[in-house]
Design a protein around this ligand. Structure first.
Ligand SMILES: Nc1ncnc2c1ncn2[C@@H]1O[C@H](COP(=O)(O)OP(=O)(O)O)[C@@H](O)[C@H]1O
Ligand SMILES: [Mg+2]
Length: 434
């Protein structure tokens, strides 16, 4: 006797319908707005599109910042490069499109820069390119002077605190602020960090007058700051940030790549260089203009200590004011837990930064990192097990309260832009060190 069987007619539908037929296993699409990323594996393999500003405008997220996390070699940078490449095609570049600033510690954005006409600035200690993070950029016309002073002082405090490996005392902090205030007010057309160092070493009467008022030893405290700035300018940052800019930069161009590959990845100088580089970007970010994207690849270098982490936090705050989408790329969830001795303070800042990144893109994490990923990224058990099994190019996306698993699809012409394997086999292999 043959068993009765149920025969259904063949039916073809869209992913929107599939999600209503299988409501608990297939979710609806995130929509078509933004740049194409790849396949949405939780929506039946439909297209997945994303753009930080579109997602914000659609109310999907509460801010345009994104955090990309993943073990080296899983395609974090490739994803970001493709997003930038594709967004240029959709939204355009320059004043009528988008402006992009990239901090590139491995020197791997050169091909993308060439294709999109970005200016590449290659910084190396003692090299020929100098950029001046205190140069008044286009922001000078739009920003009240006290905001400019605050921004510059925050950068200097991060630099000095990192060199001293401790928070600045109140008086030291006030000294940095007073020096910045003085150089900003001075009739210099372009104050430099060297001017600040000179002023701290030989404070004017007005500065001394202002800073007195405590019985602390003013001269001793000022000399500590002078020592830190001197160390910074004569060693770690030598030739890179201590003078006037030697790089011709079109503020109205499509973007800038700051190639930091000559600064050793594991050196103490890298976080300092990244702070100064981000300080330079801010000259452009802090004024009205096109939508901007700031990419901080290998951003773990900025999470290495409390001062640079706090500086990153101030970049995020500024981003909110001026419409900048920050994209930070790091390796391990444990990068977010401080490696520094002031552990809790730094991890609190990192937690704040993550909370300020409404889009979280998590590529594969090693098994020993999963607990930290759960803690920092608020993953559920099943999400954590997906993260442990992801393959190259595949990521778990957390967009506001929603989740997607996306396979990033590379176009045939995009391979040269994203290929970092050539470097893996090349002579200057920095990927291993990272
Ligand atoms: N979606 C993808 N499909 C195919 N290859 C990819 C994909 N994403 C990355 N790759 C390749 O993997 C290599 C490593 O990617 P990369 O972005 O440099 O990794 P990460 O930044 O995570 O260290 C690159 O050579 C790139 O060509
Ligand atoms: Mg990378």
């Amino acid at each position: 006797m043959t068993r009765p069987s149920l025969r259904l007619r063949y039916h073809q539908g869209t992913t929107a319908h599939v999600s209503s037929i299988y409501p608990f296993s297939v979710q609806g699409s995130f929509g078509h707005r933004g740049t194409y990323v790849g396949l949405d594996l939780l929506a039946g393999g439909g297209e997945f599109c994303w753009d930080p500003f579109e997602a914000y405008a659609a109310g999907l997220v509460t801010n345009p910042n994104g955090w990309v996390l993943g073990e080296p070699g899983n395609g974090k940078s490739a994803l970001v490069k493709c997003l930038l490449w594709r967004q240029a095609a959709i939204y355009g570049t320059g004043p009528d499109g988008r402006w992009v600033g990239i901090a590139d510690p491995k020197g791997e954005y050169a091909t993308l820069a060439e294709h999109l006409g970005f200016t590449t600035v290659k910084l190396s200690p003692g090299g020929t390119a100098t950029i001046n993070p205190l140069a008044p950029g286009p922001a000078a016309e739009h920003e009240p002077e006290d905001r400019q002073i605050l921004r510059r002082a925050e950068m200097c405090t991060a630099l000095v605190g990192t060199v001293l490996e401790r928070p600045l005392t109140q008086l030291e902090d006030a000294a940095v602020f007073a020096a910045i205030e003085q150089v900003t007010a001075a009739p210099l057309d372009e104050p430099t960090l060297a001017d600040v160092a000179r002023l701290v070493a030989n404070p004017t009467d007005a500065m001394t007058e202002r800073l007195r008022g405590t019985d602390r030893d003013l001269a001793a405290e000022m000399s500590t700051i002078a020592y830190a700035l001197d160390k910074l300018l004569s060693r770690s940052l030598r030739g890179m940030f201590d003078g006037r800019s030697t790089v011709p930069l079109r503020w109205d161009g499509p973007g800038v790549v700051m190639d930091l590959s000559a600064v050793p990845t594991d050196s103490d100088a890298l976080p300092l260089v990244m702070v100064a580089a981000a300080g330079w970007f801010q000259q452009l970010m802090a004024c009205p203009g096109p939508q901007r994207v700031q990419v901080l690849d290998e951003a773990w270098a900025l999470l290495a200590n409390r001062h640079t982490a706090a500086y990153l936090q101030s970049c995020f705050k500024l981003g909110r004011t001026y419409g900048v989408a920050n994209l930070c790329i790091t390796h391990r969830a444990s990068d977010l837990v401080a490696q520094a001795d002031d552990g809790t303070a730094t991890s609190k800042i990192a937690a704040g930064l993550l909370a300020d990144s409404a889009t979280k893109i998590i590529l594969r994490q090693a098994p020993d990192q999963l607990d930290a990923a759960v803690a920092h990224f608020g993953l559920t058990g099943p999400e954590a097990s997906i993260v442990g099994q992801l393959t190259r190019g595949r990521a778990l996306w957390k967009l506001g309260g929603r989740t997607a698993v996306v396979q990033h699809v590379l176009g045939p012409g995009e391979q040269p832009i994203v290929d970092t394997d050539a470097r893996m086999n090349g002579t200057t292999d920095r990927t291993e060190a990272a």
